[in-house]
Design a protein around this ligand. Structure first.
Ligand code: FES
Length: 101
């Protein structure tokens, strides 16, 4: 099971947990009680539908998550970033979350 370390850029909190192979990162973080949203985005996000873009994260290394999806291309997500709701975990990763207003 891949090891995921998420640091919330807004609060500075960091947590490491295990996620299932191919797990959705947003869902795994919610299950592990890790906040990936910034400010009011916790309440106003699209609940993982890929519409709002507020679950933007930076991932290292990118090889351990799936490639950018069509929705991420529409949002013009940078090469080192993913939408948390579109990231599937295939290996150990380090994540910087809560980077979008
Ligand atoms: S939760 Fe809205 S795009 Fe990911």
């Amino acid at each position: 099971m891949p090891k995921v370390t998420i640091t919330n850029d807004e609060t500075g909190e960091s947590k490491t947990f295990r996620a299932g192979l191919g797990a959705n990162l947003r869902q795994a973080a919610l299950y592990a009680d890790v906040e990936i949203y910034k400010g009011m985005n916790k309440m106003t996000n699209c609940r993982g539908m890929g519409f709002c873009g507020t679950c933007l994260i930076e991932v290292e290394p990118m090889e351990n998550v799936r490639n950018h999806t069509f929705i991420e291309k529409l949002h013009k997500v940078a090469p080192n970033q993913k939408l948390g709701c579109r990231a599937k975990v295939y290996g150990d990763i380090t994540v910087k979350a809560a980077i979008k207003d």
